[in-house]
Design a binder for this molecule. Structure first.
Ligand code: GDD
Ligand code: MN
Length: 393
């Protein structure tokens, strides 16, 4: 596949063709979504920036609905380095999915990822790779947050605040994996291809650097400062929906281990008290007797928990039909309530415990049981259906 891609735009000049037999050491992966106005300027600046001693091939991974691929193909022939465009029929995984697609096709020593809109200065491409080679780092991040860098092109105080908040949240959630990375939100970085385990990646949207840093754990990290520029042409493709996707991405990265997932399950369960109590208040105020109201209100908590667990914890394991999952989940949640009372009775009568510790122990026991049952009975293991897809690609 990759050979076909490159031969598309192989230079016809004999000298250049000979030069092409030297394996390129860098694949520059550029995700594009309707960026036709940026392509010529981007390639021109890359042409000025790429030194001869650094063989580089440019791979656009495109999900555009405009004429971006055609613009790339037309411009490509003018440059001495290979330029290819891979257009995807469906934009699986968004920006991050596009980058992963590019990584899969890269067989060079290094990959560099950058945006197409010239917010990432092209002249830094050789510097990122050079820094990696000099320091032996596996990952070199272009950072706005170290001395010499800045976020000049980040439009407006709202976006600056969001970006800062997201950075703190992310660093707080992954202190170890992100040690040495001041700008985990950056979309501009170089990474050794050998460190990237493409099979382990499940990108969701924009934050592909975060995905790579957390799942591939590069041993050594370096940073190079950069000034985030203004967009050259067009508009940002980032939306509020992309923000939600980022939160879901954080949750799925953070809950990758069973213990972390269980903690998440517990926290979501606790948060379920809020809708439960709110519904109880509403129903009793509407005149319902408190006992049936308890039962109905409990369902509000169950539904709340279900939605959060679906989106945040078991996103990639939703293989059963949704109605089947709701039914099973609700059954387990209510069985939990029914089981707790006799369990407390047993703890008190048979083990001689007093009521409070017996209740606490019963809560913990039914929680662990419910977690195990949810994992086993509501959600199928991730490997069951997706494994086939992974091994084939
Ligand atoms: N293939 C593909 N598919 N490319 C996409 C998609 C998609 O679904 N969405 C966006 N892109 C491309 C854009 O065409 C552009 O080249 C690049 O990804 C970045 O998109 P922008 O829309 O310009 O993002 P931004 O400027 O808001 O955000 C950038 O800067 C942030 C730092 O503030 C990105 O680099 C973020 O990752 C980064 O966090
Ligand atoms: Mn941009």
């Amino acid at each position: 596949m990759s050979e076909d891609l490159w031969s598309l735009h192989a230079p016809i000049d004999a000298e250049l063709a000979a030069a092409q037999t030297v394996t390129s050491s860098v694949t520059l992966i550029i995700p594009t979504f309707n960026e036709s106005g940026n392509i010529d300027e981007l390639l021109r600046r890359l042409g000025d920036a790429l030194p001869e001693h650094l063989p580089c091939q440019v791979l656009f991974v495109d999900d555009s609905t405009d004429d971006t691929p055609a613009v790339i193909e037309k411009a490509a022939v003018e440059y001495p380095f290979p330029v290819a465009v891979l257009h995807r029929e469906s934009a699986v995984g968004g920006l991050g999915g596009a980058v992963l697609e590019g990584v899969r096709r890269a067989d060079t020593d290094w990959i560099v990822v950058m945006d197409a809109d010239l917010q990432h200065p092209p002249h830094l491409v050789p510097e990122l790779v050079g820094e990696g080679m000099r320091t032996g780092a596996d990952l070199v991040v272009a950072s706005r947050y170290i001395s010499g860098g800045s976020r000049a092109g980040l439009a407006g105080s709202y976006r600056i605040a969001v970006s800062r908040g997201a950075t703190w949240l992310t660093k707080g959630l992954f202190p170890r994996a992100l040690r040495g990375i001041s700008d985990p939100m950056s979309g501009f970085f170089a990474m050794r291809r050998s460190v990237v385990t493409a099979e382990a990646l499940k990108p969701q949207g924009y934050k592909i650097l975060l995905e790579l840093a957390v799942r591939c754990r590069p041993a050594k990290v370096a940073e190079v400062p950069f000034v985030f520029q203004d967009r050259f042409s067009g508009e940002s493709k980032s939306t509020a929906r992309e923000g939600m996707r980022f939160l879901a991405h954080l949750a799925s990265l953070r809950s990758a281990t069973p213990l972390a997932r269980m903690v998440g399950f517990g926290l979501i369960g606790l948060s379920g008290f809020v809708p439960n109590l709110a519904a109880l208040w509403l129903l009793t105020h509407a005149g319902m007797h408190y006992l049936p109201a308890e039962i109905v209100a409990n369902q509000a908590g169950v539904l709340w928990n279900f939605v959060l667990i679906e989106v945040l914890l078991f996103r990639d394991r939703r293989h059963r039909h949704w109605a089947d999952r709701v039914g099973r989940f609700a059954l387990l949640a209510n069985a939990d309530l029914l089981l707790r009372i006799p369990l407390i009775a047993v703890f008190v009568a048979k083990l001689g415990m007093s009521v409070l510790p017996a209740t606490a122990l019963a809560l913990v026991t039914t929680f662990v049981l419910r977690y195990a049952a949810t994992e086993a009975l509501v959600y199928l293991p991730r490997t069951s259906r997706k494994a086939g897809r992974h091994t084939r690609s």
